[in-house]
Ligand binder design. Structure first.
Ligand code: FA5
Length: 342
């Protein structure tokens, strides 16, 4: 019997040593230490021994063996658990000595670069930046600007309606009324940059969402000559001192008289090409002397006060500066296009 106990011990220790996972340890525990395991079977055999001396000797061996195996099992379990944890930590740990992966550097969108530059030029001439909401009342977007319901001028700007009397602003001009109402009767020079929305056919020259910069000056004795002087200064600062500019008579319900401003086409040098429709001139903005009704709506007395306003399209300015022939590039998300302006 003692020999059997010693063989069991040797085999159990050898297998315990060889176990390398918690699953294998479970199997080992079942085989040796469970109720139907080999230690319990030997105990039963010992109970059947006739000779009390033999019995005593056998119990003297098997009882400590049972305890020792249980202790060794716990030790082994702990060491396997620790090894598994170490392995998991090692696999998750970042190797800080590896070369880094760069995410690519972003840059300013050309629209924003030009927007900032345009605002900077007017700010240096004393204009103050003024924010105005993108979602506007029909009243501010049209009626306060002398465009009553059913007026044919509404067809000039196809509109996205949010509800019957709320629209996405079709131009930055409603900001004129907001600024005047906030600042009247003080003289003002404000600049209203921002996105505007028009329910139009998208073409190479027209988007449904684009950016305008609106300028407004109100005070006493402000005339068309002031408007022309400011715009000329702007064109020379933005496009260069040799760039020519003309004012062409036009119509806007909120200015009287109204003009559109053209500059000579940079692609053909003024001789006429497809981009300038053979005219040699390109339109960059609409402007005029603020209509007396609009001044009154803004809280100014048209008998005392006068003003000028202008609204220019930023996308068209970027196109002119960089010779871009399709407005759709700006919002295409095409990195090859955008990376040219890094
Ligand atoms: C206006 O929006 C007037 N509010 C401008 C104005 C302000 C006149 C103050 C008088 C006094 P217009 O619809 O022409 O006018 O637009 C002004 C500029 O926005 C145009 O010269 C053009 O540069 C740009 N623009 C107009 N429609 C589009 C479009 N669909 N896509 C891109 N740019 C456009």
């Amino acid at each position: 019997m003692l020999e059997q106990i010693s063989e069991l011990k040797a085999k159990a220790l050898e297998e315990l040593e060889a176990s390398s996972s918690l699953i294998e340890l479970d199997e080992w525990q079942n085989l040796y230490l469970s109720r139907k395991g080999q230690v319990k079977s030997l105990l039963k055999e010992i109970g059947k021994l006739e000779d009390p001396q033999d019995k005593k000797a056998a119990y003297g061996e098997i009882n400590p063996l049972n305890k020792e195996l249980e202790r060794l099992l716990e030790e082994r379990k702990e060491s396997i658990q620790k090894a598994e944890l170490d392995q998991q930590i090692a696999s998750e740990r970042e190797d800080t000595s590896l070369p880094g992966t760069t995410g690519g550097q972003g840059s300013m969108h050309p629209i924003n670069t030009v927007l900032e530059e345009v605002c900077g030029i007017f700010e240096r001439m004393g204009f103050q930046i003024w924010e105005s909401p993108h979602v506007e009342t029909d009243q501010n977007n049209f009626e306060m600007l002398n465009i009553p319901p059913h007026h044919p001028a509404r067809d000039m700007q196809d509109t996205f309606y949010v509800s019957e009397d709320v629209v996405l602003r079709t131009h930055t001009s409603p900001g004129q009324v907001r600024a005047m109402r906030a600042l009247a009767p003080e003289p003002i020079r404000v600049l209203l940059p921002g996105t505007v929305y028009r329910n139009e056919q998208i073409t190479g020259r027209s988007e449904i969402q684009f950016n305008q910069v609106e300028g407004l000056a109100v005070g006493t004795n402000i005339t068309m000559a002031d408007l022309k002087g400011i715009l000329e200064e702007f064109v020379h600062q933005f496009f260069g001192p040799d760039r020519r500019m003309v004012l062409r008579g036009s119509y806007f319900p909120f200015t009287e008289p109204s003009v559109e401003v053209d500059i000579d086409c940079n692609l053909c040098g003024g001789s006429g090409c497809g981009v300038c429709k053979k005219t040699g001139w390109l339109e960059i903005l609409g402007a005029g002397v603020v209509h007396p009704k609009v001044l009154a709506n803004g809280g100014y007395d048209p008998e005392i006060h006068s003003g000028f306003a202008f609204g220019l399209g930023i996308e068209r300015m970027v196109m002119l500066r960089h010779g871009i022939n399709d407005i759709r590039h700006f919002y295409s998300g095409n990195l090859r296009f955008l990376e040219q302006f890094d």
